[in-house]
Design a protein around this ligand. Structure first.
Ligand code: ADP
Length: 482
């Protein structure tokens, strides 16, 4: 996630750890079954309360005297009690992993709850007017749920079951097998059922339920097919990406050996030929050395990038003494800084807390920022490597008084291969792969931290990394993050 703070600062944040493990074998809608069932059971508590409140309101506020409130309250009570069971049963299956592990159990719970809901609904419908009640529409809710969450066959079976209950109730009321309850107010009149009306209700309801199952299952099937296609495309992408990575490793390895050999041979040539080389030849050799150094730098950046993609490098954590690490980075960059007349200072208090992190990676990140500061600061600059506690994080800063970065460019810098040329501010030629800052970003992410920059064009920059001091859990491999 990218977040821009003010005009002169950009900060890149890490998303939290994720990953679904085994659950990848289930399609997304199936992975969510546990969560949906749980939500449904929460909703069912509200329905039970709603039945009770509506019954009381209908009788004592709206004045529907014939309403059998005690039976409706009993119905609400049983619904609530039944729901305590489903709530407890589905609670532990809310996660994607748990759903994957117990998918069959959840399906069973789903079948059971839809069937039991139909029974409660039919009983409730009988109390509030049966065939005449507008509450008949509630059958569709369960039909829709079954059509979305279950297979088409199961959805049809549930619809048939619900329809069977409804038509059983209506026919039984019609033939007076059970007493018809028509509380006037909830229904229009308490006259006996008309055969033609019964037939109309049965036909309309059959048509509505069948149409609903047909439409919703067709839509759900289309969505699932789309999801399946996406999943296949994703697998193919993963395969191509692995191929690409393997190729990258091989190419990197094959390039590194000849470049190292060329550097060594060049050293040999310089050592043995001087002073026999002409001035022109010496110039060529020194240009060749610069080019080879650039190439070595490129290859090194690519190698670090590839290694960051390859594995969970943060699985091993050290207790890092950040002050000592900054001093080491300063020492290692001293010679380079001196060639441009820069002063490198370290500003870290003695009592800094230790950082639980992969030391090698933290070093790599700070070294990248330090070499950038040296590179992008005109001669005789001042560079400070600082660290301090900032809330629950440890903040490492690399401050320079170099060329600075325009606000628009700040947003892009942390992405791969982005380089910004400012020949007007820095006459010296700089080389680079455009990978350094994205390596820093990945390292911060791998530790659950974030990177950012505050900068003003022509005045200087402060690049910082904030590492959480007590990471809750190791983050996933950096390559797997968004
Ligand atoms: P590279 O240095 O190899 O070009 P980076 O990813 O390290 O790649 O940096 C990307 C770009 O960010 C650089 O090309 C440069 O324009 C800018 N940049 C990085 N650090 C600084 C800095 N300290 N001051 C000014 N610009 C910087």
């Amino acid at each position: 996630m990218e977040n821009h703070v003010g005009n002169n600062a950009a900060v890149i944040e890490s998303p939290g750890p994720g990953g679904a493990g085994d659950a990848h074998s289930l399609l997304l809608h199936k992975q969510l079954l546990g969560k949906r069932l749980h939500i449904q059971s929460v909703v069912r508590f509200f329905v039970a309360a709603g039945v009770a409140v509506t019954a009381l309101g209908a009788k004592y506020v709206a004045g529907i005297d014939e309403l059998d409130v005690p039976s409706l309250l009993l119905l609400a009570l049983f619904l609530g009690l039944f729901n305590i069971g489903t709530f407890a049963a589905t609670r532990r299956y809310r996660g994607v992993q748990q759903t994957a592990a117990s998918y069959r159990v959840l399906q069973g719970i789903m079948h059971l709850t839809i069937s039991v809901d139909f029974l409660f609904l039919t009983f409730g419908l009988w109390l509030v007017g049966g065939a005449k009640s507008p509450f008949k529409a509630f059958y569709l809710v369960h039909v829709i749920l079954a059509s979305i969450l279950l297979s088409p066959r199961a959805a049809w079976l549930h619809a048939l079951f619900g329809y069977g209950l409804l038509s059983g109730l209506v026919v039984a009321e019609w033939f007076a097998i059970i007493p018809a309850r028509f509380p006037v107010g909830a229904v229009n009149s308490n006259t006996p059922l008309d055969g033609r009306f019964v037939l109309t209700v049965l036909v309309v309801q059959a048509f509505l339920m069948a149409l609903t199952v047909f439409l919703v299952t067709s839509l759900a099937r289309l969505l699932r097919e789309g999801e399946q296609q996406l999943r296949t495309a994703n697998t193919e992408l993963g395969r191509l990406s692995n191929m690409h990575r393997d190729f990258f490793h091989i190419a990197l390895h094959d390039l590194k050996s000849p470049v190292s050999a060329a550097v060594m041979l060049l050293h040999g040539l310089e050592a043995e030929s001087e002073p026999a080389l002409s001035e022109r030849q010496s110039r060529w050799v020194s240009r060749l050395r610069v080019r080879l150094n650039e190439l070595t730098g490129f290859l090194r950046d690519f190698e670090v990038m590839a290694s960051l993609d390859a594995a969970d490098l943060t699985a091993h954590r050290d207790e890092v003494d950040v002050g000592a690490l900054l001093r080491r980075v300063a020492e290692d960059h001293e010679d380079l800084a001196l060639t441009q007349g820069h002063r490198v200072e370290v500003d870290a208090p003695e009592d800094l807390p230790r950082l639980r992190a992969t030391e090698r990676l933290v070093y790599e990140a700070v070294a990248n920022l330090a070499s950038n500061a040296i590179k992008y600061t005109p001669d005789n600059g001042r560079i400070v490597l600082g660290a301090r506690r900032s809330g629950a994080a440890l903040r490492i800063e690399v401050i320079d008084n170099g060329i600075g970065i325009a606000p628009d460019d700040q947003k892009r810098l942390f992405h791969e291969f982005v380089r910004v040329r400012r020949r007007d501010l820095l006459p010296r030629k700089t080389s680079g792969s455009g990978l350094g800052l994205s390596i820093v970003r990945r390292i911060a992410k791998a530790h659950g931290g974030r990177v950012g920059v505050e900068s003003e064009l022509g005045k200087g920059s402060t690049f910082y990394i904030e590492f959480p001091l007590t990471p809750a859990a190791p983050a996933p491999p950096p390559g797997n993050q968004a």
